[in-house]
Design a protein around this ligand. Structure first.
Ligand code: ADP
Ligand code: MG
Length: 231
């Protein structure tokens, strides 16, 4: 459904993405791995129209390069950025309502579905987002994105800074979201949940894809892990 071909992006004079090729199929969980600074977030932002890019980003056969972020979201691509953008002075519930507004209606997800997925948010719905823990803010951002009824979500480092128990929980939740028919492009640095839940993986190094394969194939490629992933 998403097909990125020969994607290039620059920050000023610096050539960040140097011909990225990447596909996500319907219902697929695809992991995009790499060390800090290799261009994973820039790839996400290019797909979402948040950084200028050259190349093709085909979404269901249509090239979306050059569209505005709101147009891209409206076509069914949801984005959970790495910096958990909750509205701190609104309650959790109000944050969720903002996600809903973007779609203007309920789609696959109603508040009850969200609260089933994240029981914590049901208990904490009237708490200001600023007072939620890092894990709860992450859940809130994912939920708000789901209420926009996307067919694909791009989730940028959702486990960053979370305790191991919460990391595992994020993995379970993403799997449950995928079970409901939503494709996922999961950005991670560590192998933990990406190896467990992804159908296919890409590894990026220096603005390029340096490995593509299944989790089992990556697990067998010690040299790829050593060169491009381990710190
Ligand atoms: N707004 C920006 N302006 C200039 N350089 C940036 C900006 N954002 C990221 N970079 C640089 O681009 C490179 C890729 O960054 P990024 O895509 O965020 O990497 P990753 O998400 O894989 O850690 C890094 O060298 C980073 O320092
Ligand atoms: Mg990043």
């Amino acid at each position: 459904m998403l097909q990125i071909i020969g994607l290039h992006a620059y920050y000023g004079m610096i050539h960040i993405l140097q011909g990225v090729d990447l596909d996500v199929g319907e219902h697929e969980i695809v992991g995009l791995l790499g060390r800090n600074g290799v261009g994973r977030s820039t790839t996400c932002k290019a797909v979402m129209g948040l950084v200028a890019a050259r190349g093709s980003i085909n979404w269901r056969g249509r090239n979306i390069v050059g569209l505005r972020p709101d147009q891209i979201a409206h076509l069914g691509i949801g984005y959970v950025p790495e910096d958990r953008q909750v509205f701190p002075t609104l309650t959790a519930r109000q944050n969720l309502e903002l996600g809903l507004k973007r779609a203007g209606r309920f789609g696959r997800w109603r508040f009850a579905d969200i609260y089933d997925l994240f029981p914590n948010l049901r208990d904490r719905q009237h708490v200001l987002a600023a007072q939620l823990s890092g894990g709860e803010q992450q859940m809130l951002t994912i939920s708000r994105t789901l209420l926009g009824d996307p067919d694909l979500i791009i989730v940028d480092e959702p486990t960053e800074g979370l305790a191991p128990k919460l990391v595992a929980r994020v993995g379970e939740v993403l799997r449950e979201i995928a079970r409901r028919g939503i494709a996922i492009l999961l950005i991670e640095q560590k192998l933990t949940i990406a190896l467990q839940i992804s159908h296919r993986l890409y590894v990026m190094g220096h603005g390029r894809v340096v490995f593509t394969g299944t989790p089992a194939e990556l697990a067998a490629e010690a040299s790829v892990r050593r060169q491009w992933l381990e710190v």
